[in-house]
Design a protein around this ligand. Structure first.
Ligand code: C2E
Ligand code: CA
Ligand code: CA
Length: 299
């Protein structure tokens, strides 16, 4: 006979898989045990990882396609685990999002990014930094106040911050999310919808939420070179966004062909490996100083 603790462990393993896969129901079977243990182990180490200074932010530039100027940077989290090596955010953020740990991670990203923005501002690097925010953060009471407190602590101003939220945010409590985002936008913080077009797109939120930017999902951007349908989609998004006063950012720009195409289509901003990969702060600073308005002219 299995004891109560054994059942509980199996239920916990199955529920972890449910949340990671986005399913409604999952049944326990032996093969998921390893997976669940691995997940729990990583989550257990994450807090320690922050304390040990293993988590950092890398910065990837965004370029204004019409002028070639640097429009901002996106902060992307990196975990240099002392034994496991580099762990990609895709392997720990979705897991952290299923627990309250995501609040710790977002608070960390916010502090680091704002501190960096304020420091860069002093050095003449006057660009906003975007951080990724999970739906769960926006449902946490007092999120806006926490953002403002982080600004005060770091000496940053609201024009230095952008928040990127994915469309999943709409599958949660849209009323509460809208109130929180309105409050943030009221302070001048810019809001981007990330991975636009990849999920459960609904155009209603474009007027219900104070969105300033749409980040066109990389699947459409990368299809631009070969598929005419991707070009039509990007063109339609750019034109619609422009008419309602929203700027478009294309992510995942990997080639010159795509970069040029986006500019011709009237897209506002580009981000991707063709311009630069996400870099540690010091490397970003060097890159910034060497930028000459065109990707191939950088050193
Ligand atoms: P995302 O917000 O869509 O970020 C863009 C991802 O695309 C990043 O992956 C970036 O390194 C990658 N990327 C940039 N340029 C290119 C390109 O030209 N081609 C391709 N194929 N990929 C490109 P990364 O850094 O592994 O992050 C993955 C995801 O993890 C992010 O997707 C975001 O959802 C999440 N994430 C990263 N940092 C944070 C964070 O601080 N907080 C939260 N909540 N999520 C984060
Ligand atoms: Ca993002
Ligand atoms: Ca994205």
């Amino acid at each position: 006979m299995e004891d109560a603790e054994g059942y509980l462990r199996k239920a916990q393993a199955a529920s972890l898989l449910v949340s990671e896969n986005g399913d409604d129901v999952s049944q326990y079977h032996a093969s998921i045990h390893w997976h669940a243990r691995e997940s729990l182990a990583i989550l257990g180490e994450l807090t320690e990882g922050i304390d040990r200074g293993e988590i950092s932010l890398h910065y990837q530039p965004k370029i204004c396609l019409q002028t070639g100027t640097i429009a901002g940077a996106e902060a992307l989290m990196r975990w240099h685990h002392r034994e496991r090596g580099m762990i990609s955010p895709g392997d720990f953020i979705p897991r952290a999002e299923q627990s309250t740990l995501i609040h710790t991670l977002t608070a960390f990203a916010l502090d680091q990014a704002l501190q960096q923005a304020a420091e860069w501002h002093g050095l003449g690097i006057r660009i906003p930094i975007a951080i990724n925010v999970s739906p769960r953060n926006l449902l946490q009471p007092g999120f806006c106040e926490a953002v403002l407190a982080a600004m005060k602590r770091t000496g940053a101003t609201t024009d230095m911050l952008e928040l990127e939220v994915t469309e999943n945010v709409l599958m949660t409590d849209i009323e509460r999310v809208a109130v929180e985002l309105q409050q943030l936008a009221g302070h001048g913080i810019k809001i981007a919808i990330d991975d636009f077009g990849a999920g459960y797109s609904s155009l209603t939120y474009l007027y219900r939420l104070p969105v300033t930017h749409l980040k066109v999902d990389k699947s459409f951007v990368q299809g631009l070179a070969e598929e005419e349908v991707s070009a039509h989609i990007v063109e339609a998004v750019v034109s619609m966004a422009r008419k309602i006063g929203i700027k478009t950012i294309a992510e995942g720009v990997e080639t010159e062909v795509v970069y040029e195409r986006l500019r011709d289509l009237g897209c506002d901003v580009a981000q991707g490996f063709f311009i630069a990969k996400p870099m540690p702060a010091a490397e970003f600073e060097r890159w910034y100083r060497n930028w000459r308005g065109r990707p191939q002219l950088t050193t």
